[in-house]
Ligand binder design. Structure first.
Ligand SMILES: [Zn+2]
Length: 326
């Protein structure tokens, strides 16, 4: 690993604006060249330069590249339906009363359909045409095809916005969060979930991913929200340590805009570099985690083939799964 200061970078830090970076890695999880840099001032990590044209990639290629399909298969619907139920649990307090909700990056529509089944008014936006069309036809969802920056909704429209595992894929997370801030009603809540760069449950060679342009930890994600004008309500870390979820509130008070010095996070870059550097294959395969994950995956494959054996439609599958909760 190289840790040379003053490496050149194509894009300045999206959080603090600095150009002072160190190279954290040079390969992606597929073994292809992918230069990942870390800002020495705040600890934000990103692929520099960006590995592909993000707009055309997500509109057309992403689902095919990663899932081999333009519409979700039964096993993907089942898996996403179970994830949707776990998200409902995280949001339980918020969902106690009817809300107007925007789900950003709706995917196959499983989470948005759960919200709709719980009597909330739901809008979605999804760049992939095949998935967006599927979710509209299958579940009757109100999903716009496109990127959040281009959404056709007036400001102050929503009580709650959710954005699960999307922010790390975007070309400018600051611009995305700014847009979401505008779309929220005063005191509205934004829930952001991303993978954390501090995760060690996965194989070390899987840490850097062409599709994850930005890599956050809890400090950089919270600070980015504060830069936009949000107040941090709380955060959660998933039991396996892979994902972080932050609850932001759109505050009604006028908050002073953070200056360059306020956006620095002392010690954060060093902490992340140490975690990534110490997460080696030798140590990883001496823990129980890779073997636990392998057996979980095997049993999931078997359970999924049983659960989807009599599949007739995505709606029927999700209705059965969601029935105890709706
Ligand atoms: Zn920075």
């Amino acid at each position: 690993m190289q840790q040379n200061n003053q490496e050149p970078c194509a894009n300045p830090c999206n959080l603090c604006g600095s150009n002072d970076v160190s190279v954290l890695a040079t390969l992606s999880r597929t073994g292809k060249p992918l230069r990942s840099v870390i800002c020495n001032h705040c600890g934000l990590v990103w692929s520099d330069p960006f590995p592909h044209n993000l707009r055309s990639f997500y509109a057309d290629d992403y689902r095919v590249a990663y899932k081999g399909t333009f519409t979700p298969k039964p096993k993907h619907i089942l898996r996403a339906g179970k994830v949707a139920l776990s998200r409902r649990k995280i949001l339980a307090d918020l969902l106690a009363k009817p809300l107007k909700i925007l789900d950003v990056g709706t995917g196959g529509g499983e989470f948005a359909y759960l919200l709709q089944s719980l009597s909330h008014e739901v809008n979605g936006i999804e760049p992939n045409k095949g998935y967006a069309e599927f979710s509209r036809q299958e579940y009757g969802l109100n999903v716009q095809v496109g990127f959040i920056q281009d959404i056709d909704q007036p400001d102050q429209s929503f009580d709650l916005i959710t954005i699960w595992h999307v922010l790390e894929h975007t070309e400018n997370p600051y611009v995305v969060l700014t847009k979401l801030h505008a779309l929220l009603k005063p005191q509205g809540i934004l829930v952001v979930e991303v993978p954390t760069i501090e995760a060690t449950c996965q194989s070390p060679k899987s840490t850097f991913h062409e599709a994850h342009v930005f890599n956050f930890n809890i400090d950089t994600l919270q600070k980015l929200g504060e830069k936009v004008g949000f107040t941090v309500q709380k955060h959660e870390v998933s039991p396996d340590g892979a994902n972080i979820t932050v609850f932001f509130q759109k505050s009604t008070a006028v908050t002073p805009s953070l200056q360059e010095n306020d956006l620095k996070i002392p010690g954060n870059a060093k902490k992340i570099i140490d975690i990534v550097k110490n997460h080696t294959a030798g140590k990883h395969y001496l823990t129980a985690e890779p073997y636990r994950r392998f057996f979980c995956r095997m049993s999931r494959v078997i359970n999924e083939s049983i659960a989807t054996a009599n599949f007739t439609s995505g709606k029927q599958l999700l209705d059965r799964l969601y029935k105890p909760f709706c």
